[in-house]
Write a protein that binds this ligand. Structure first.
Ligand code: PGA
Length: 252
């Protein structure tokens, strides 16, 4: 049995006062239980406050990105040690917006994934095809490449701290969700790909989240697919009621 995860990716939203208000609303709304892990990923500047407010509450705090170097002349960047020093040991890596707008390549992501492993951080690693890849029938190949280039030189034990998020780019922020069947088909493919590389036992334990326009109205159906282990939620994670409804949909 894989425990489901619902993670909220706040992206570049919420000032500090707004973030505090949302976290307070989440604490009033959400009743996490043992069947679902809840994570939020606020902007860097709001992470220390989020950690403080959630100290005694079972919502984990994640960063949305980090650099692969330990320190140095990388203006504007944040290292794994900086995150860990404020109590953040989860990071989202390879989000399609990072790949598209900030030129994050498979090579860079391989280094970031390696650093997350080295620093014993949970790595929510995002993969997903563009619309054109899907219309041309190469979506499986694209996702397999993203996985293998960034993650497949990691040892088996690294996967204790790796969560895969399948986010078809055409479904992110567009209101267009993959159908439950499309999600299941790709999640199954990802699990098979992991099984071929690392063995069935490991593949059966890795959580694979779906992301892309998950809303209260479609969450249950998506989460009920056998290889979907929860979701990475963008827009709907900015509203406490919606996020709560999605967390509830993941409870078993
Ligand atoms: P969305 O974003 O839920 O707003 O589509 C998902 C994501 O980018 O993680």
């Amino acid at each position: 049995m894989r425990t489901k995860i619902v993670a909220g990716n706040w992206k570049m939203n919420k000032t500090l006062p707004e973030a505090v208000a949302l976290i307070e609303a989440l604490k009033n709304n959400i009743q996490p239980d043992k069947t679902v892990e809840v994570i939020i990923a606020p902007a860097y500047v709001n992470l220390p406050k989020a950690v403080e407010l959630l100290q005694d509450f079972p919502i984990a705090v994640s960063a949305q990105n980090m650099h692969f170097a330990d320190h140095g002349a990388y203006t504007g960047e944040i290292s794994a040690d900086m995150l860990k020093a404020i109590g953040v040991d989860t990071v989202i890596l390879g989000h399609s917006e990072r790949r598209a707008y900030f030129n994050e390549t498979d090579d860079v992501l391989q280094k970031k994934a390696q650093k997350a492993y080295e620093k014993n951080m949970t790595n929510i690693f995002c993969v997903g095809e563009q619309l054109e890849d899907r219309t041309k029938g190469r979506h499986f190949e694209v996702v397999k490449n993203q996985l293998s280039k960034a993650l497949f030189d990691l040892p088996l034990q690294a996967y204790k701290k790796i969560v895969i998020a399948y986010e078809p780019v055409w479904a992110i922020g567009t209101g267009q969700t993959a159908s439950p069947e499309q999600a299941q088909e790709m999640h199954r493919f990802i699990r098979e790909t992991l099984a071929q590389k690392y063995g069935r036992d490991l593949a059966n334990h890795v959580r694979i989240l779906y992301g892309g326009s998950v809303k209260p109205a479609n969450a249950s159906e998506i989460f009920s697919q056998p290889d979907v282990d929860g979701g990475l939620i963008g827009g709907a994670s900015l509203n406490a009621e919606d996020f709560n409804a999605i967390v509830t949909a993941a409870k078993s």
